[in-house]
Design a protein around this ligand. Structure first.
Ligand code: DCP
Length: 128
């Protein structure tokens, strides 16, 4: 789908992406631009670009079976921009995103116990 790339067929860790973004900024002497606020604004901008892909389409089925390959590649690019800025923002703020996310998953499980949600047809925000 995306053509041959370095690391294709390998699992990609947040650490690898963090290092790649660090190198990318260093090589271009762009570290001064990668401040928390700038990165947050860039992230929000990319979320906007991601939203545009779905805008006016109505609800779309999972797996996006009717989408052209080109649209899916574009989707992958915008999702990546969001991820890369998020990873960079976390790094610049000194937050270990992987650890923080795992901890959040555990907190979510405590907040929304399986026993309370299993028999509910509503989603989590309505069932608890
Ligand atoms: N100062 C910058 C500029 C870009 N990038 C990186 C992170 C994103 O993955 C990507 C964003 O590049 P663009 O701003 O060119 O955005 P798009 O790729 O979305 O291009 P366009 O807005 O033209 O669609 O490049 C970065 O780290 N720091």
């Amino acid at each position: 789908m995306t053509g041959a790339c370095e690391g294709e067929n390998q699992s990609v860790s947040l650490d690898v992406l963090t290092k790649k973004m660090e190198e990318f900024a260093k090589e271009r002497n762009w570290e001064r631009f990668h401040s928390p606020r700038n990165l947050l604004l860039a992230l929000v901008g990319e979320v906007g670009e991601l939203s545009e892909i779905f805008q006016w389409k109505g609800e779309v089925p999972r797996g996006l079976p009717d989408w052209e390959e080109e649209e899916k590649v574009h989707l992958g690019e915008e999702l990546s921009d969001v991820l890369l800025y998020l990873v960079r923002l976390s790094d610049i703020c000194g937050v270990d995103l992987g650890k923080a996310a795992l901890r959040k998953v555990e907190l979510n499980a405590l907040k929304y116990p399986v026993t309370l949600s299993k028999n509910s047809s509503n989603n989590a925000s309505h069932s608890v």
